[in-house]
Design a protein around this ligand. Structure first.
Ligand SMILES: Nc1nc2c(ncn2[C@@H]2O[C@H](COP(=O)(O)OP(=O)(O)OP(=O)(O)O)[C@@H](O)[C@H]2O)c(=O)[nH]1
Ligand SMILES: [Zn+2]
Length: 292
């Protein structure tokens, strides 16, 4: 048997990338009995039918993670993409996507695209607010090619999902990373004549045999309703989490409690005020959710 990764599934067939080639495979009934349906991203063992070169998935290795939307397993990293202009960068959404990705225990990277649209003095604003998070922040332009090598570097040996709002350049970046991919971008209409988006199957794009990117953006639901208790939220703000347990009250949620170390650090400038304000907004939302 040979090992591989499912990169695509269409009409009951799974396309399994192995070291040397991609095999069209069927899955054995036994998974269905166990209630396991093979997913894109699954690491599998396949048996090849020597006669026609087709394959059978014999075994699905244990999943390390599982995204719901899109349904893909073993994703290791989320790169959150924002454009600096057109549309303007949205820090509220950026922080929200970070919370979702942290909750999934993914590695996180931040990509600021369309950097060609701003002058020198505006280029570094984001780094300042996110320095304490420790996340890699890269600046890219699909126009000039700036930063594309940094992005490719960040993708090495990871299974990555891109996330970010419409129009920031997710498809354009994928096209830049993998020339020949020719994903439709906002320049060409992505809609069909009937006005709907064309149905596309989720697919892992193979970059070098060991690095993969999903061709479909992740986290279409932005709800924070998976957070049940307010105390949980700070875990998903890395630089706030560092001070958990250092406040006067052990169960401090860094809101209005006296002797809060997090608030002190915000005053000192060690935690960015914008990030902290988004934290407070999300906290209010979780409180409100709980009331229903
Ligand atoms: N100036 C500039 N324009 C860019 C850049 N990257 C993408 N664009 C343009 O931005 C528009 C949207 O790009 P897309 O790649 O379609 O964005 P997307 O994030 O895939 O959008 P959705 O599919 O709606 O989620 C297109 O007109 C691109 O040509 C860039 O780096 N600089
Ligand atoms: Zn506190």
């Amino acid at each position: 048997m040979i090992e591989g990764i499912i990169i695509k599934g269409i009409g009951g067939f799974y396309y399994v990338k192995t070291q040397d080639k991609v095999y069209e495979c069927k899955a054995r009934g036994l998974f269905r009995e166990d209630n396991i349906i093979p997913l894109i991203g699954d690491r599998v063992k396949i048996r090849i039918n020597e006669e026609d070169g087709s394959g059978y998935i014999e075994e699905i290795m244990e999943r390390k993670s599982q995204l719901i939307r899109p349904p893909v397993s073993n994703v290791t990293q989320a790169i959150i993409i924002m454009s600096i202009k057109k549309p303007d960068i949205n820090l509220w959404l950026l922080d929200r996507l970070i919370v979702l990705a942290e909750h999934q225990r993914l590695n996180i990277g931040i990509c600021i695209n369309k950097i060609d649209l701003v002058q020198e003095d505006e280029r570094n604003l984001i780094e300042k607010a996110y320095r304490e998070t420790g996340y890699p922040i890269i600046k890219t332009s699909c126009k000039t090619g700036e930063g594309i090598v940094d992005l490719i570097d960040l993708l090495k040996n990871q299974v990555t999902v891109f996330a970010g709002p419409s129009g920031v350049g997710k498809s354009s970046l994928l096209n830049r990373i993998k020339p020949g991919l020719e994903l439709k971008t906002g320049d060409v209409s992505k809609k069909t004549t009937r006005g709907r988006h064309t149905t596309r199957h989720v697919e892992l794009i193979d970059l070098d045999g060991n690095s993969f990117v999903l061709d479909t953006p992740g986290f279409s639901s932005l709800s924070l309703d998976f957070i049940e208790r307010e105390e949980e939220l700070s875990k998903y703000f890395k630089e706030i989490d560092e001070f958990n347990g250092k406040c006067k009250f052990i169960n401090c949620i860094h809101f209005k409690e006296p002797g809060c170390e997090v608030k002190k650090q915000v005053e000192k400038g060690n935690i960015s005020r914008e990030r902290y304000e988004n934290y407070l907004m999300f906290l209010e939302e979780i409180k409100a959710n709980r009331r229903y």
